[in-house]
Ligand binder design. Structure first.
Ligand code: PLP
Length: 221
């Protein structure tokens, strides 16, 4: 399968899911995930009109950003404090903000670097405590307080990687979004759904799906 035909296929899956859910055409953003695929794959995707890519690892993403400076990158993998500066330099958006200490660090660095980087809070509602990271709902107030409405780190919404075997997960996230939109009085987007479950995520209200395998093929291990 070529990238072009994979993209056509993914777009038709997205459009069909939007249609079934009775949502507005074009209301779901596709974030291609280029992790463990070479810079040439990003270039090929850009030739097809894609402009923004998800990457999991700071070092790999930074290398690709240097190779393909026209592309924009979102960090969707765990971020350690000691990589925070490199992440702000290479990535346009941080989707894996999940703890107050990291928010404090990012604010300090964004000020120092004089950059604006939209952030998404990665949530974990299922007590996974996995290496995936994610803030539990009880931790959101403290995290938001640490973020302090900083205009250099505008909050976009919630990102999550729910356990695949849990059918209610996407609805739980949609409910979480409703609660916190009311509480904060601002719109919040939801980044949820990947290659295997984008239909269910769109049905539940996802605004952004993150697609790796179904677009770029199997990753180099
Ligand atoms: C790898 C990854 C994806 C893409 O997963 P696929 O199943 O290959 O589509 C999406 N989101 C995150 C956070 C990932 O790490």
């Amino acid at each position: 399968m070529t990238l072009a035909s994979n993209l056509t296929h993914i777009r038709s899956r997205i459009d069909a899911a939007i249609d079934r859910a009775g949502r507005m055409p074009g209301s779901v953003e596709l974030l291609p995930v280029s992790k463990r695929h070479p810079a040439v794959a990003v270039r090929e995707a850009m030739a097809l009109g894609l402009t923004t890519f998800g990457e999991n690892y700071v070092q790999e993403g930074a290398a690709k950003a240097a190779e393909v400076p026209e592309a924009r990158f979102h960090l969707i993998g765990p971020l350690q404090r000691n990589k925070a500066k490199a992440a702000l330099q290479a990535f346009h958006v941080i989707q894996s903000l999940d703890r107050p200490e990291l928010a404090t660090r990012l604010r300090h660095l964004a000020e120092e670097l004089q950059v604006v980087r939209p952030v998404w809070i990665q949530v974990d509602l299922w007590g996974e405590e996995t290496k995936m990271g994610g803030c539990p709902e009880e931790g959101l107030s403290a995290l938001l307080a640490a973020l302090g409405g900083d205009s250099r780190l505008p909050l976009q919404g919630f990102m999550a990687i729910p356990p695949p075997e849990l059918p209610t997960a996407f609805q739980d996230l949609a409910d979480l979004r409703e609660r916190w939109q009311d509480r904060l009085g601002q719109p919040l987007r939801l980044s949820m759904g990947m290659s295997d479950d984008l239909e269910a995520a769109i049905q539940a209200g996802s605004d952004q799906i993150r697609i790796g395998t179904a677009l770029f093929g199997l990753r180099i291990p």
